[in-house]
Design a protein around this ligand. Structure first.
Ligand code: UDP
Length: 461
């Protein structure tokens, strides 16, 4: 009896190696196409869903604001203004979607966010978005009119520029910020922008102070923009005159109260620049709103660009051994700036010989800009003491700047800085070193600002 060879039969139906390869390829292509299709449809479905959720949020916010804020304010305005015959609303025309004029209402005689409450009604009509490009007043012939995509996006009650402007870190200017927003615009980004707007509203103000100086705890702080600060340094370099620049944050201001030598060193500065949200809040409390929150880390890219333009080099001194070198190569790579030399900051700052050696290295490098990163108050006292021996034209105290640029310490992401919480990020990174500075220092600073306000008011009477 012949036993049927099962294996032989199956072998005969099996494809050849070449056929199997082709089959595999075909299957791969088919599953690949299917995967791509499902990925694409999943993408469109999730985008549509996200857009739907954003629209739903807009309508909920509009409803909430209308019931709990708009209607009560409207009733109050009617009661107050009707008998006097004054109008309750004032209308203005703004750039709407596609750059077309759009008439909107504000509450007359009010300022700030409360005057903008009627704008939330436009969320129902869909002519304004909750998050979008900045609301700009319409002009028939405007340089803004042809701004392509900027006008293709719906203006929003909240915009990235509004947030940056309120937290005083809009150093790049409105137009660049609008483009950044359009580039990043996604439903999720819009949603996060709306969330970011809430804390920012707490320290938002609408009028910009004309006062060029902000007087705080016996120090005169420059109330200028980043562009102006860089312009001043450029001028110093061109005039070949020396300029000392220090940054002050709440911790520095606290130290200046208890450390007399530091207080004196700060007075040596040609420019004291306000660094951090604490100073923005202090400016608001004292009725001198700051024009910009300027700090060394944000300034460095601008400074490097200016140094390249002026064809001058920078010397970095400070930080642990190796950190200034790492920061130097990062700066050279990123901005193409010439770094004349580096030195670490752990020498004997008190002894003349220790400092003399470092000063000689700095002067021999022929650098025009010197960044000193020993932390406050050491760097300010050192610069004040050796200012006349140092040849560079710009002498700047920059704290932990090299740690950030060398990658030794990570800086808070921009959205955290925008909502004024960079200090929380730093506290979480180095809790044992920072808790005293922030947990005790911040309330102490606010207390001192209040005290300063009372004292300076009674002086001015
Ligand atoms: N540092 C230094 N020499 C010293 C003490 C500190 O170079 O004798 C450096 C330290 O390595 C750090 C910086 O100074 O890089 C201080 O950083 P911190 O964040 O405390 O400064 P801040 O920006 O808060 O003034």
């Amino acid at each position: 009896m012949v036993i049927p060879d099962y294996n032989t039969e199956t072998m005969a139906t099996r494809p050849s190696a070449e056929q199997a390869r082709l089959l595999e390829q075909r299957l791969d292509r088919r599953t690949g196409a299917l995967r791509r299709l499902s990925r694409r449809s999943a993408f469109w479905a999730s985008t549509a869903l996200a857009e739907f959720i954003v629209r739903l949020i807009e309508l909920c916010v509009a409803l909430f604001i209308t019931i709990f804020l708009f209607v009560p304010v409207l009733l109050a305005r009617l009661i107050i203004r009707r008998p006097t015959g004054k109008p309750v609303f004032e209308s203005k025309t703004i750039f709407g979607h596609s750059g077309k004029p759009l008439r909107v209402l504000n509450f007359a005689g009010l300022s700030g966010w409360i005057s903008r409450l009627p704008l939330f009604l436009e969320l129902f009509t869909g002519r304004l978005a909750l998050a979008g490009t900045t609301i700009r007043e319409w002009q028939p012939v405007s340089p803004d009119a042809g701004q392509g995509y900027v006008s293709m996006v719906k203006p929003g009650i909240v915009s990235l520029w509004d947030i940056r402007k309120s937290s005083k870190i809009g150093h790049e200017g409105r137009e660049a910020t609008e483009w950044e927003y359009i580039f990043r615009k996604r439903p999720l980004y819009d949603f996060l922008l709306m969330l970011r707007a809430l804390p920012v509203m707490l320290f938002a103000e609408h009028e910009v102070a004309e006062s060029p100086v902000f007087q705080l705890l016996d120090q005169k702080i420059d109330n200028i923009t980043m562009r102006e600060a860089i312009g001043m340094m450029q001028e110093s370099l061109r005039q070949k005159s020396q300029s000392v620049i220090f940054f002050v944050n709440p911790d520095c201001m606290n130290k200046s109260v208890t450390d007399q030598n530091y207080r004196k060193a700060l007075r040596v500065a040609d420019h004291l620049l306000p660094d951090g949200i604490g100073l923005v809040i202090a400016g608001k409390m004292l009725g001198t709103p700051l024009r910009e929150n300027i700090n060394g880390t944000d300034m460095l890219p601008w400074l490097c660009t200016m140094a390249v333009e002026e064809n001058v080099s920078i010397f970095l001194v400070g930080g642990k051994p190796g950190i200034a070198e790492k920061a130097a190569s990062a700066l050279e790579q990123r901005y193409g700036v010439s770094i004349a030399g580096t030195a670490h900051g752990y020498f004997d700052h008190q002894s003349e010989t220790g400092s003399h050696e470092v000063i000689e290295t700095i002067n021999n490098s022929k650098a025009s800009i010197l960044l000193v990163a020993f932390g406050a108050p050491l760097q300010e006292r050192w610069i004040a003491r050796h200012r006349n021996e140092l040849h560079p034209k710009i002498l700047m105290g920059v704290g932990g700047l090299f740690d950030f640029f060398s990658g030794n310490i990570k800086r808070a992401p921009r959205w955290i800085r925008e909502i004024g919480l960079e200090w929380v990020y730093r506290l979480m990174q180095e809790p044992s070193r920072m808790w005293k500075r922030y947990v005790i220092g911040n309330p102490l600073f606010l207390y001192r600002v209040v005290k300063w306000k009372i004292v300076s008011r009674s002086f001015n009477r």
